[in-house]
Write a protein that binds this ligand. Structure first.
Ligand code: ADP
Ligand code: ZN
Length: 707
């Protein structure tokens, strides 16, 4: 069999094999069949029409509603040596005319058009004179009048079938529900199309939800510092104000963090978005206004500093991480205050009753999802009607199984405290009463005379807050409507109060830190790999600037990372790396091969120099942050230099970090117990439950287990 599809995949796109159902979808189109494709974000929908466009005679016409994405796709295709163009309102008249001429002249492999243009008589006339290979209708859910993205122009697209009955069509979407799918088939006259439904699972995304004891920001900072120091990420906040303050705070901590919300002037938004696309390691702090039409493949994490309002929103927002298929994190911190605020919002919403009930239900489900002790992925997929047979092994609950504890007695104490104080007080006051705090307010109300006063001294205030949070989440307590935050008993709490029901709650570890399994972290690798990684990224950035495209259009992170591991020495070896096709090999092989070979030469020289420089500054009494600033390197790099000085006996451990003997032995013991010869710190970090940062581990390793 002639396998031109596979040839294009391997030689033009540089990928070794098809994913999921790509092959079947592509074959369907090549054989002139129609297809309706449902695939999650990052699943690889584009190839499903791009390859048949190349294999079949004529030009592939792709309808796409998002102008920015059209442009991005076209520049990416051109990088691969494919003749692609777009027609939309942003083009000047001359370019548009030239594009039209190219189309009729058969000079284009693919043409992207906006739906409103496709529906014009003049454009249809143009198409009549063109040899067309296929029609692709991207974001096909835009035909649904019930959806959020409804586009009237999409309805008219049925005209394609009427006017070009023999040309195969493919409709694609990442929007899941059945009703939308039915509408797509109906409205686009695709009743006879084959349907391809992929799983909505995003296996490379690790779902993690951390409890934050009041300060979610600090948890966020730790998360970014420890796991994503050099990565691009999105941080979602609920309000504009919080967006601004979080962005500023992260900036003060030395990160490139930019705000994005609807209240910013359009040019600022545009500029911040461009920097996010074009620079490395930019963090966008945004309200949910950010994300639509962003097609950046190497977003390594999406962090939520507030609970999303529904599972749909959570899935969609977290789905912006890891489109390139490499490991990525969906991280969220939430706490008692989030739960209270949300409950109040639900109670005070002025929306129509029916709508309110639906909203309410969605929030409840979301809240329940944060508290579950079983696999998050199973629960998420179940919500979308999909079954996952076994726990996933790549979510916090799978990685660090949550322990539960019998909280019946504690809950009874909390509930009676609410009852005895007449259901008029908020959590802080209730906790004060339970822990027997001596305050004027308590004395004023005479609550120090109650039998619940000081009845809960066995737990700290923070533990009580955790208990209250779970009681509210589980609707054993309700938040008042007036918005003062006072708690009252609910009907369903009675059975717990009467001791008829055992209540199991999550046991929150002091620092619930879970990090992804088997994560390839560049921070924790040795200094040499680090340097090569930086050099490869620099090379990519330079080429990107020269070509006026975002870095990921040159090569994805996955491709660079494979280069780093395999260190190709010639073109053939480079071509074997996933993501390197013939055109890119032609254009970029020399630059990257040179970086790699240079790196090999400098490997030993370089590191000793830079380590010495750090050592000198350190000996002159400067602290780590100052050294990092002065040398314009990361603090983690400074620590890795100092660690190698410790290893060489140039410095003592105590000079570098402040740690007592007991902690040192705990770390040392853990290292010994895990030792598999790899000297990897990640398993140690995980085993210690994130109690010590990587830089501490590295230094202790250098002191106690020199290589
Ligand atoms: P979607 O449109 O479904 O969100 P894309 O078409 O943008 O996804 O593909 C997501 C990423 O996966 C892209 O970077 C693409 O290059 C990559 N990709 C697609 N198919 C393959 C494949 N068979 N092998 C390797 N990478 C692929
Ligand atoms: Zn899981």
């Amino acid at each position: 069999m002639d396998d031109s599809a596979l040839n294009y995949l391997q030689n033009t796109f540089g990928y070794p094999e098809f994913r999921l159902q790509q092959r079947e979808i592509i074959d369907t189109l090549i054989n002139a069949g129609d297809a309706v494709v449902l695939m999650p974000t990052g699943g690889g929908k584009s190839l499903c029409y791009q390859i048949p466009s190349l294999v079949r005679h004529g030009t592939g016409i792709i309808v796409s509603p998002l102008i920015a994405l059209m442009h991005d796709q076209v520049i990416a295709l051109r990088q691969l040596g494919i003749k692609a163009a777009y027609l939309n309102s942003t083009l000047d008249a001359a370019t548009a005319r030239q594009t039209e001429a190219d189309l009729i002249g058969g000079k284009l492999d693919m043409l992207y058009v906006a739906p409103e243009r496709l529906n014009t008589r003049s454009f249809l006339h143009l198409l009549q004179q063109t040899q067309i290979s296929l029609f692709a209708i991207d974001e096909a859910h835009c035909v649904s009048q019930w959806g959020h993205d409804f586009r009237p122009d999409y309805i008219q697209l049925s005209i394609l079938h009427e006017q070009f009955p023999d040309i195969p069509r493919i409709a694609l979407t990442a929007t899941a529900d059945k009703a939308t799918r039915k509408e797509i088939r109906l409205r686009l006259q695709l009743e006879h199309a084959r349907e391809f439904i992929s799983s909505f699972d995003r296996p490379n995304i690790c779902y993690r939800i951390a409890e934050s004891q009041g300060n979610a920001r600090t948890s966020l900072l730790r998360f970014i510092q420890n796991e994503h120091e050099n990565d691009s990420g999105i941080v979602y906040c609920l309000s504009r104000k919080k967006v601004e303050s979080t962005a500023q705070w992260l900036t003060e901590k030395g990160f490139k963090a930019l705000p994005y919300h609807a209240g910013l002037p359009a040019p600022v938004r545009e500029q911040n978005q461009q920097r996010f696309l074009n620079e490395d390691a930019v963090i966008i702090v945004a309200t949910i206004a950010f994300g639509m039409g962003i097609d950046k493949p190497d977003v390594r994490y999406v962090a939520h500093l507030n609970l999303p309002k529904s599972m749909e929103a959570y899935y969609q927002e977290t789905g912006r991480a890891g489109r390139d298929g490499r490991p990525a994190d969906a991280w969220m911190a939430y706490g008692l205050q989030d739960v209270i605020t949300l409950k109040q919002m639900m109670a005070t919403s002025t929306a129509a009753e029916q709508f309110k009930r639906a909203e309410h239900q969605k929030l409840e489900t979301m809240l329940g999802f944060t508290e579950i002790t079983s696999c998050r992925r199973q629960s998420l997929l179940h919500y979308f009607g999909e079954a996952l047979d076994a726990p996933c092994g790549n979510c916090d609950n799978c990685l660090t199984p949550v322990e539960t504890w019998d909280a019946t007695v504690a809950a009874q104490k909390a509930l009676s405290c609410v009852h005895r104080t007449d259901q008029r007080f908020g959590v802080n006051y209730l906790v004060d009463v339970l822990t027997g705090k001596e305050t004027d307010r308590i004395r004023q109300f005479g609550h120090d005379a109650l039998n619940v006063y000081g009845l809960g001294k066995e737990y700290e205030a923070s533990q009580w807050r955790t208990i209250f949070r779970q009681l509210i989440s589980r609707n054993l307590l309700a938040v008042d409507i007036e918005g003062h935050g006072s708690l009252r008993l609910t009907e369903i709490c009675r059975s717990v109060l009467r001791g008829e029901e055992t209540l199991l709650l999550r046991k929150e570890s002091k620092r619930s830190k879970t990090s992804r399994k088997g994560r390839k972290s560049f921070n924790t690798d040795n200094a040499s790999n680090n340097a090569l990684w930086e050099a490869l990224r620099e090379c990519r950035k330079k080429l990107a600037d020269e070509n006026n495209v975002p870095p990921f259009v040159i090569f994805h992170d996955a491709t660079l990372s494979e280069m780093m591991e395999r260190r190709p020495e010639n073109r053939q070896q480079l071509l074997n790396i996933s993501g390197v096709g013939e055109t890119k090999l032609e254009k970029y092989a020399d630059a990257f091969l040179e970086v790699i070979s240079k790196h090999k030469d400098n490997e030993t020289l370089d590191t000793t120099d830079t380590v010495n420089e750090t050592l000198l500054l350190f000996r002159s009494g400067q602290d780590i942050d100052t050294i990092a600033n002065r040398r314009n390197i990361k603090t983690t790099t400074v620590y890795s230099h100092l660690a190698s000085c410790i290893e060489q006996g140039e410095l003592n451990l105590e000079e570098v970090i402040d740690l007592n003997q007991q902690d040192i032995s705990i770390i040392h013991e853990t290292m010994l117990s895990i030792d598999d010869g790899s000297r990897k710190l990640k398993p140690v970090y995980d085993a210690l439950d994130g109690m010590f940062d990587y830089h501490i581990l590295r230094c202790v390793q250098a002191a106690t287990l020199p290589a």
